[in-house]
Design a protein around this ligand. Structure first.
Ligand SMILES: [Zn+2]
Length: 255
C-alpha cells in the first residue's frame, strides 16, 4: 500500500511505496516528522530532514483517478491522479525523466478532466472484415466505400455522451471504444438500403448486427487530458504557521 505525504508548508509530496517498512511505523492523525519512525530509506529520511519542523499530512489517493496519455506498460510517462486530505483535493503529477530515474511527484492545485477530441470509425478494420466475410459474393469497392462514408458521417454527428462504453482493453488509455446508439443503428440500416439491395442488404444487416456490439463497428473516441491549474489561495497558505528558522531555510533553498 502506498502512502502519500504532503508537507503543508512547502506543498512537497513524498510517496512512500514500501509496505513492509510502513508496518513498523506509527502514523498519527496529524503526523509530525518525529512520528515517523523505523524507516531506513535514505530518500524518506532526506524528506523528513528537509521538512523538519514543518506540518505534514497524509493524503488519500482517490481510486480510479489515474490518467495518462501513454500506455499502462510505458515506464517513462507523465500521469496524473487525485488525492485528498479530507477537506481539499489536489492533483498529483507523477513522472520520471528517464527509466533510470526514480518516479517524481508534484502537487498541483486545480483539477483535470478528459476531453474527447475526436470520434472515428475503424475504416481499415471494417473494410478488411467485409472483404473476408463477403469472399463468396464480393461487395464492389464502390459499395464498401459508400458504407464507410455513411458510417463516418454517423460518427461525425453522434453525441458521444449518449454512447455506451465498451470495456475492451485498449493499449492506449486515451482511446475508448463505444457501441453506436439505437438511433444511429436505425439510421445506418435505413441508409444502407440505398446502397445495398435484396440479399446483399440482408447480408449487410447481418454483418452490422454481428459487429455492432464488439469488433469492427465500435466507434473509437480519442481523449486528451485537460489540466486546469489554479494558484494556491493566500488564506490557505497562511493557515500553517512556519517557525522563523524554517522560513529562513526555505528562503536559502530558493537560490
Ligand atoms: Zn516543508
Amino acid at each position: 500500500m502506498n502512502q502519500l505525504i504532503r508537507c503543508i508548508n512547502c506543498d512537497k509530496i513524498f510517496m512512500k511505496t514500501s509496505f513492509d517498512q510502513w508496518l513498523e511505523c506509527k502514523v498519527e492523525s496529524s503526523p509530525s516528522p518525529e512520528s515517523f519512525t523505523g524507516i531506513e530509506r535514505d530518500d524518506f529520511q532526506d524528506f523528513l530532514k528537509n521538512h523538519h519542523g514543518h506540518q505534514l499530512e497524509d493524503l488519500k489517493i482517490m481510486e480510479d483517478s489515474f490518467v495518462s496519455e501513454k500506455p499502462y506498460s510505458e515506464p517513462v510517462k507523465l500521469s496524473y491522479f487525485k488525492a485528498t486530505n479530507g477537506k481539499e483535493s489536489f492533483v498529483i503529477k507523477k513522472f520520471r525523466d528517464n527509466i533510470y530515474e526514480p518516479l517524481k511527484y508534484q502537487l498541483l492545485f486545480g483539477d483535470y478532466s478528459l476531453k474527447c477530441i475526436g470520434i472515428e470509425i475503424q475504416s481499415k478494420a471494417i473494410k478488411r472484415q467485409m472483404e473476408m466475410e463477403f469472399k463468396g459474393k464480393p461487395l464492389s469497392p464502390k459499395k464498401i466505400a459508400a458504407f464507410l462514408n455513411l458510417y463516418q458521417h454517423i460518427a461525425e454527428i453522434i453525441d458521444i455522451k449518449s454512447l455506451e462504453r465498451i470495456s475492451e482493453e485498449s493499449s492506449c488509455p486515451m482511446e475508448i471504444y463505444y457501441k453506436m446508439d439505437d438511433l444511429s443503428l436505425m439510421y445506418l440500416l435505413r441508409n444502407c438500403r440505398n446502397i445495398f439491395k435484396g440479399q446483399e442488404y440482408l447480408d449487410i444487416e447481418k454483418f452490422i448486427h454481428n459487429h455492432e456490439e464488439d469488433g469492427v463497428l465500435l466507434l473509437k473516441g480519442t481523449y486528451e487530458i485537460q489540466l486546469t491549474e489554479k494558484t494556491k489561495s493566500k488564506t490557505k497558505a497562511l493557515a500553517a504557521p512556519v517557525p522563523l528558522e524554517v522560513e529562513q531555510i526555505i528562503e536559502k533553498k530558493k537560490f
